[in-house]
Design a protein around this ligand. Structure first.
Ligand code: ADP
Ligand code: MG
Length: 344
């Protein structure tokens, strides 16, 4: 490896961006949020600091999520964000890193190019795309190059990806533009309709973490939320039960479960047999919803379990591929062969 060059893997998620530096592991994990000054276009804050500003900014500052449903909705802001994150990890000692970027399996060519451009504009020397579902499984320590079927469900902020992988590639997949945000939004909508109270995204997400679920639990808790009463306009409080929150989440949860079923129906029989034997792997922050794994197991009749680290497995799996970079370079006669491995 030439002096001063580092390879990094980036998981550019709708909700969170993670960076893995070769030889070091995950060095950055922050919300994909940018706060910009509306008058000057200047970037005010990025990541955790910017997320804290959501719903709390003065008129001149906007806290933006530049990605929607896993794709770039605002190119300039995405570029600024990537530039900031890449800058933070490579400022110290190296320039123009080679980057492996995880992209959802459903991205179009145009979207792929947009990610690549943003990455190069942000200072990368080269970019390779890796498929998210394969990366998620690679972290589970499973040999994805085996001719064995594995089913992965990745519930992110704005997407749910279901894929069956064999021989390192995707055989069947289903991509749904419903993720953790839709669950959060469903809670806010419910509170507005049933209780006439407007609550912000941050509050709704806190309710989801606290008492949200995909199935009945043993001890059901309640959550007290504060918002603005739609009629009086004054601050108001309501107590929500776990059961009503579950009801509010059910349509979106069902859509995710249905995507898993549809994928199973389209899976060739040999691979479906493998999936039944090995179980379903759940990844992404959204799969941490209480009772989600049980719900998937129940409805498919196949055991579903969380990946060891659902929020980091995609970037760590891609990072694993980075560690092999030199081996690959040494063993492959030409750069073309190397590329063909990255670009499946
Ligand atoms: P992305 O890959 O799209 O950036 P992540 O995998 O980081 O998404 O997941 C983010 C989503 O996971 C958010 O919608 C967040 O609310 C949700 N999430 C994180 N932790 C939990 C939890 N414990 N329970 C329910 N949802 C969670
Ligand atoms: Mg993700």
């Amino acid at each position: 490896m030439p002096f001063g060059v580092r390879d990094i893997a980036i998981d550019l998620g709708t909700a969170n961006t993670l960076v893995y530096v070769r030889g070091e592991g995950v060095v950055l994990s922050e919300p994909s949020v940018v706060a910009t000054d509306q008058r000057t276009g200047e970037v005010h804050a990025v990541g955790i600091e910017a997320k804290r500003m959501i719903g709390r900014t003065p008129a001149t500052i906007a806290a933006i999520r530049p990605l929607r449903h896993g794709v770039i909705a605002d190119f300039e802001v995405t570029e600024a964000m990537l530039r900031y994150f890449i800058g933070r990890v490579h400022r110290r000692r190296f320039s123009h890193p080679r980057v492996v970027m995880c992209a959802p399996s459903g991205v179009t060519d145009v979207e792929r190019r947009a990610v690549e451009e943003a990455c190069l504009a942000a200072g990368a020397r080269q970019m390779h795309l890796s498929e998210e579902p394969s990366a998620a499984v690679a972290d589970a320590g499973l040999d994805i190059a085996e001719p064995t079927g594995r089913l992965v469900v990745d519930v992110g902020g704005g997407t749910s990806e279901v894929a069956v992988i064999s021989l390192g590639g995707i055989v069947v997949s289903e991509s749904l533009r419903v993720g953790g945000y839709e669950l959060t939004e469903a809670i806010a909508t419910h509170v507005r309709r049933a209780h006439n109270i407007a609550i912000g995204e941050t509050t709704a997400e806190a309710v989801k973490f606290q008492i949200g679920s995909a199935g009945p639990g043993e001890e059901e808790d309640v959550a007290e939320v504060r918002g603005r009463h739609l009629i009086s306009g004054l601050p108001s409080t309501v107590v929500l039960s776990a059961e009503e929150v579950r009801g509010a989440l059910d349509d979106s949860v069902q859509a995710m479960v249905d995507a898993v079923k549809t994928t199973l129906e389209a899976t060739p029989p040999e691979l479906a047999g493998d999936v039944t034997n090995h179980g379903i792997v759940l990844a992404g922050g959204g799969s941490l919803l209480q009772g989600f794994a049980e719900r998937v197991s129940e409805e498919t009749g196949i055991h579903a379990g969380l990946a060891e680290s659902p929020l980091t497995c995609v970037v760590v799996g891609s990072g694993r591929a980075l560690e092999e970079f030199d081996t690959l370079e040494r063993t492959s006669a030409s750069a073309t062969r190397r590329r063909s491995r990255w670009r499946r």
